[in-house]
Design a protein. Sequence first.
Length: 251
Amino acid sequence: MSDESLTPRTAAVIPAAGRGVRLGPGAPKALRALNGTPMLVHAVRAMAASRAVRLVVVVAPPEDATGVKSLLADLTLPERTDVVVVPGGATRQESVRLGLDALPDDISVVLVHDAARPLVPVDTVDSVIEAVRDGAPAVVPALPLADTVKEVAPNPPGDAGAPEPVVATPERSRLRAVQTPQGFDRATLVTAHRAVEADGEGATDCAGLVERLGRPVVVVPGHEEAFKVTRPLDLVLAEAVLARRRANDGF
Ligand code: CTP
Ligand code: MG
């Protein structure tokens, strides 16, 4: 038996079904181009770059699922990597659950990676997988914060722009900004998703669901190039990162 046949099989689920409201009008965010290539294609390549990843499940905007299928069918990926496309849901959590439903039985480690983080380096992906293989049920890459964070009493909707009272200032050195891919023991992640479906509550990331179960979640170092493309300025930054890579790699 080869070593690889003894190691847990890993899949990456890529939620890509969001509209990208904060990016402004245009195609769904995952299909917007960075230097001529859709963000989703960069994200799929970033996952397939890891030797451990054997399957990528793309959760597409429901109305664009056919287009996404043909876009990805034309892609040249390492031979070890299969790609499956499923239609997404109304929230990220719902989209991730639909992606999890598409996993074959032999997958035991699952990464969940935002299509909106197209430039995550392979070393970050590999370090998340390694931490799961070493026994952590949930692993998130994260970075210390540059900005001080204030907790406020938010204005009621419709009163945006009015001054908001500050309630607290958490100690910055104890805070981390979390990224993706987040890595999970499959059974833990599926249980966490079922539990929130039952009690109707949500979380803004998958690891938050695992925390609700009371299971341990650990942080490994993230990477500045794993930032999320959220607002128009992030497109400028992403294209600059790609240009710098091109200049450094000569391709
Ligand atoms: N996502 C998804 N299904 C949804 C909503 C979001 O698969 N119903 C995905 C997005 O495509 C993205 C990731 O979740 O890759 C992170 O979400 P976010 O950055 O918030 O993207 P959008 O929801 O598309 O952006 P916005 O919130 O500005 O509309
Ligand atoms: Mg969103």
